[in-house]
Structures are given as C-alpha cells and as structure tokens.
Design a protein around this ligand. Structure first.
Ligand code: URA
Length: 476
C-alpha cells in the first residue's frame, strides 16, 4: 500500500494522482493522506504542489479524460468528505482504464456519489452568494470597510472569491468565517486564517434601512413556508439580520392577506356599511328569523325586498344550503320557491326524501342583483356579503344540529369547507364538518336549469339525483 501525503487542494491532489497513474497504481493500492488538519493551506487558487511518496515518472505521459472531469474534480475537491480524494482517483483510474464514457453512467454508485458531491458544492456556492450580508464599519477616518460573516458547509470560499470581487469591486470588504477569511482592499484579494464569530460586527447604520425594506417587500399573500425554508435553510438565519423578522411576519401574514382581499373588494363597497351580523344568543329559529328580518349588517338589504330566512321544521334531519334568494324568493319572502326550488322539490321527491323533514336556507339572506332593463339580474355574493351574513347561517345550523347538511353549489360549499373545495371533484361524498357529521356537496339546481342542451340537463339531473340518493340512504 502506498501512502500519498499531500496538501488537500485540487492542484496537489491532481499532481499526485498523475504520478500514481504513471506508476500504474490501482485505486486499492493507495492511501490518500491529507497534510496537517483537514484545511487546505492558505493559498488562493492553490499553487502548492503535492508531496507524494511516488517519484515522478516520465513527464511526457499524457492521460485523456472527458472535458468535464477537471472542472467536476476541482469542485468535488472542495467537499468536506475526506473520502473525496479516493473517489476522485478511482474514477480517474476507471476513465483512463477502458471506461472513458463512465461519467455518463449516472447509475454507477461512484459516479452518482461524484455528482452528488458536485451538487452539494454548487448549492453551497449559491448559498454564500445569496446570504452574505455585509455590515459597514468605519475605516481609515474617511472610508468604510464592509465585513460579513459566513459559515460555508464546504471549502468553497476561494471558489467563490471571483464572484465577490466582480460584484463588490468598488468596496473594501472582508468575508470572515470559521475556516478562512477572504479580503478585498480594492486591489488585492487575500486569504487569512478563520476567526471566531465574535470578530464579526453585529450592527451597522444601513441595517435598520435594510430591515425596514425587507419588511415592506415581504408579500404575505405569497408566503410558502416550506419553499422559503428550502431556499433559505434555518442554519443561515442566525447570520441574516432580516431572519429575525420572519417569525413575526409569518404570524401576521394571514391577517394581512385578509386585509388585502377586503381592501380590494372594498373598492365598490362602502366598507363602513359592512359588519358581521349579530344574531341574538338563542337556538330558537322563530326568534332568529324575527331578528334577521331587521338585519342591516351589509348593504344588500337596501336593494332587496326583505330578508329571506331559512324554513323547515325545528327537528329537520337534513339542511339544504343554497347561495342566496333569487328574484322570486325575494318577492315571496320564502327560500327555494322559484324555478330552482321547484326543481329541487322534484328531485327530492324522486330521490325519496320527504321535503317536510328538510330545512332549506341560504348562505346569504338578501337577494343581490343588478338592473338589466326591466329585469333584476342575480349577482354572486362576494366574500364581504358572505362574511356579514355568516352568523345567521351558523345560528341556524347550530340550532338545528341536523344529521345531514347538503351544500348546493360552490358558494355554500366554500362557506362550510373553505376555498379549496371543488363541487365537481368533491361532490356526492359525506365529509365531517362542525355542523354535521355528514356534510355533502352537490351542484346547485339552478346550474341544471342553465345547462346548454336538453341532454346535458338530463344528465346533470341524474347525477344530482344520485347525490340526493346518498342523502336519502343516510336518513332512511
Ligand atoms: N337559489 C338559491 O341559492 N336559493 C334560493 O332560495 C333560490 C335560488
């Protein structure tokens, strides 16, 4: 076994590896021994030659390797894993001993390990570029020196030095770290031993500005916590001044998003006219209906004829929840009496559900419409309308404690399940909600009336019936 002792740099290793190849030493015959500790010597772009126990053979021997290999091995040489040298030599040996296409066999365990290490280095280089934060310290009476602290996972500081010189050529700076420190004085780049973190400055006058800026550019509606932590792993947070803001910003995000949504919807609404309804604290449906008749919690009452509250027996086993009363319901003061209601009645009868055991109501209790000639055209309620009216719906559901709740259409489904529910995808199956152990989503009967062809109407109706039969079976 040959022991090769060498400075742990790419140049020293490649010189020693060349000599080993010249002597036809197979990978298993070499023990790669790094000089000193596992730190490369302080030499930028490592001009140090390796000192091996293998004498130089013919200097004229040349080895052919794929074009990519020197660059890959230069990167992998920066990995902290001390097995990297043996791995590099083994691959070099195979490349030069009958396997010149080896790097293309990505399933080969050694090749896979090589690329894995290369990827780790690329990742570390990227993190250093993204997370170095300079702090300004006074220097030389007139000027400033910018100092950063960065702890790389691998020995990538030298590899990254050109990037920082190019990017910050007009500043004097130092990037301090536990292994080594990099310095730029406007002319020369130099490397010194690592220092303890206590040597890095902790605050500067631009920091307050940066924190303020970061808090402003933080978009609460685009928070993806897992993606953010993947991109900015927690191990870097301690050196990022803005990271201290993140927990509070994340905690605040849902509230800020709600405000953003309501502000954008408030464009057409006098926001002062909107507030959550306040039903009396009772489970008595007659009392609730009476109180709702005078509701002015949102502006819809102004254009509607009256409040259309839910109807049905106190002990109803099934609640059908629609969107809002239509034109006919608004005039009559009763829910589901127009064309959609008539279709619902027909389907209930056909599915074998006794209408007198059902309570029918709506998420929004006033008719929302806009004039179109002489007609009053239905308008879908927005989230303000739904939020204002919601307490009435909750009071009804809490009073009834029905065995089954059926959401007719998207507005009702979203009111009970949230925005992620999809009627076409999620229909016809019971799910548990706080309002009923068996809550089911199906289409709104008015969507069947709007179907473009007779055939589509018939098909939609049959699908609606089959959802209702699930309900019929549950209360049979
Ligand atoms: N559409 C509904 O959602 N509810 C009614 O009461 C009538 C039509």
């Amino acid at each position: 076994m040959h022991q090769v002792t060498f400075a742990p740099t790419y140049t020293a290793w490649s010189a020693a590896a060349r000599r080993a190849l010249q002597h036809q030493l197979p990978p298993g015959a070499i023990h790669w021994q790094e000089l000193g500790d596992d730190q490369p010597p302080l030499a930028l772009f490592d001009e140090a030659e390796g000192s091996g126990s293998i004498p130089d053979a013919s200097a004229t021997t040349r080895f052919r390797v794929p074009k990519a290999f020197p660059e890959i091995s230069r990167a992998v040489a920066c990995h902290r894993n001390s097995d990297r040298w043996a791995l590099l030599y083994s691959i070099l040996w195979r490349l030069t001993h009958g396997d010149p296409q080896l790097l293309q066999i990505v399933t080969d365990p050694e090749v896979a390990e090589l690329f894995h290490m290369q990827k780790a280095i690329r990742h570390d280089i990227h993190k250093m570029r993204a997370f170095v934060r300079f702090r300004e310290v006074p220097y030389d009476d007139v000027g400033s020196w910018f100092v950063a602290w960065f702890e790389p996972e691998h020995h990538i500081v030298e590899l990254n030095s050109k990037f920082f010189v190019d990017r910050f050529a007009s500043m004097r700076w130092s990037i301090l770290g536990p292994d080594r420190c990099l310095h730029w004085d406007l002319q020369n780049l130099s490397l010194t031993e690592g220092v303890p973190k206590s040597e890095a400055p902790t605050e500067d006058r631009v920091e307050a500005l940066w924190l303020n800026y970061y808090a402003h550019i933080f978009n609460p509606a685009r928070v993806k916590t897992r993606a953010m932590q993947k991109e900015m792993p927690k191990r870097y947070w301690k050196n990022l001044p803005e990271a201290a803001l993140i927990p509070a910003l994340l905690q605040e995000a849902p509230r800020r998003v709600e405000t953003m949504i309501s502000q954008s919807e408030a464009k057409n609404i006098d926001e002062l006219e909107w507030r959550p309804a306040q039903p009396p604290a009772t489970r008595d449906l007659v009392e609730l209906r009476t109180a709702a008749a005078a509701c002015t919690a949102c502006p819809l009452y102004k254009n509607a004829t009256q409040t259309v509250f839910g109807e049905g027996p106190d002990g109803a086993e099934v609640v059908f929840l629609g969107e809002q009363p239509g034109d006919q319901e608004d005039r009559a003061g009763h829910p589901f009496v127009g064309p959609a209601g008539q279709l619902l009645d027909r389907a209930l009868a056909e599915a074998g559900i006794d209408r007198s055991r059902c309570y029918v109501t709506n998420v929004v209790k006033h008719f929302k419409w806009e004039p179109r000639g002489k007609r009053r055209l239905h308008q879908t309620p927005n989230s303000h309308d739904v939020a204002a009216c919601r307490p009435w719906m909750e009071a009804e559901l809490a009073a009834l404690k029905a065995k089954v709740v059926v959401c007719l259409g998207s507005t009702a489904a979203k009111a009970l399940f949230g925005a992620a529910i999809r009627v076409t995808r999620d229909r016809g199956e019971f799910r548990e909600t706080e309002w009923a152990a068996k809550t089911l989503v199906t289409v709104h009967p008015s969507s069947l009336l709007r179907a473009p062809t007779e055939e589509a109407r018939a098909e939609g109706y049959q699908a609606f019936l089959s959802d209702l039969r699930v309900v019929a079976a549950a209360i049979a």
